[in-house]
Write a protein that binds this ligand. Sequence first.
Ligand SMILES: Nc1ncnc2c1ncn2[C@@H]1O[C@H](COP(=O)(O)OP(=O)(O)OP(=O)(O)O)[C@@H](O)[C@H]1O
Length: 263
Amino acid sequence: MIEVRDVDKSFGDPPLWALQGIRLTVQDGEFVTVVGPSGCGKTTLLNLIAGFEFPSAGQLLVNGAPIERPGPDRVVVFQQPTLLPWLTVADNLGFGLRAREGRRFDPAPVDAMVEAMGLQGFERHYPHQLSGGMQQRVAIGRALLLRPAILLMDEPFGALDAETRQEMQRFLLNLWRTDHPTVLFVTHDVDEALLLGDQVVVLSARPGTIVRRISVPFNRPRKWDLVMSREFIELKKQVLKLLRGAPADSWIGEATQGGDNGR
Ligand SMILES: Nc1ncnc2c1ncn2[C@@H]1O[C@H](COP(=O)(O)OP(=O)(O)OP(=O)(O)O)[C@@H](O)[C@H]1O
């Protein structure tokens, strides 16, 4: 379980407040998506949970223990692919696994991931020989191969074309169904947030505060034409309204009132 307890985060002096009063609990195996205007602190929130940054006030815990540093239980997929330029696609994919398993390293899951990520024929290529979307698929595959307890994903599909994006969403949901990692997934795309998440956390403009946490009422597995349904469009309208700063009126599947800030 991830607990974010009344966290504020500022940068610099005079302080620039990125996040204020964030209170959020994510249960084991939950898929939570985070939406909010550009610069509202979404990446900062993930960085705090990853242990890359520290809060200015408040506390962050994983399974009851304060987050003090990055750990193998939390794997991050960044907006931009961060590949090692001197390693091939296959070696980049297997990098984390090989580091973890040492001599017990088994390449079979890497081969399977090459296929799952649609990278067949590019195993021996280097990152500079790939398109941006292919590089991102390598970065996603590398993270998923580690089968972490907690997956922190920062707009991982933003650079992908629509079709690949849909494939990656499907793949991620399949993996989530079998492994049940806890997922915190940042996106600008409200459709994606509602299609993937059990819960959607809506952040305000900077300093980011939790405006609303919404329980997504659609059963799983979710079909891709769900986005065309009346219920989906209604919920999407409400999220878009919140993102524009307008008060939402009627709520579908609401989890909380604004007062307790997202719990
Ligand atoms: N290391 C840092 N040093 C100084 N300011 C920072 C740092 N990291 C983030 N910020 C500032 O904190 C605010 C929130 O940034 P953050 O990247 O978390 O926003 P975001 O919601 O992820 O944005 P986007 O949607 O555009 O990716 C921004 O004003 C940013 O300039």
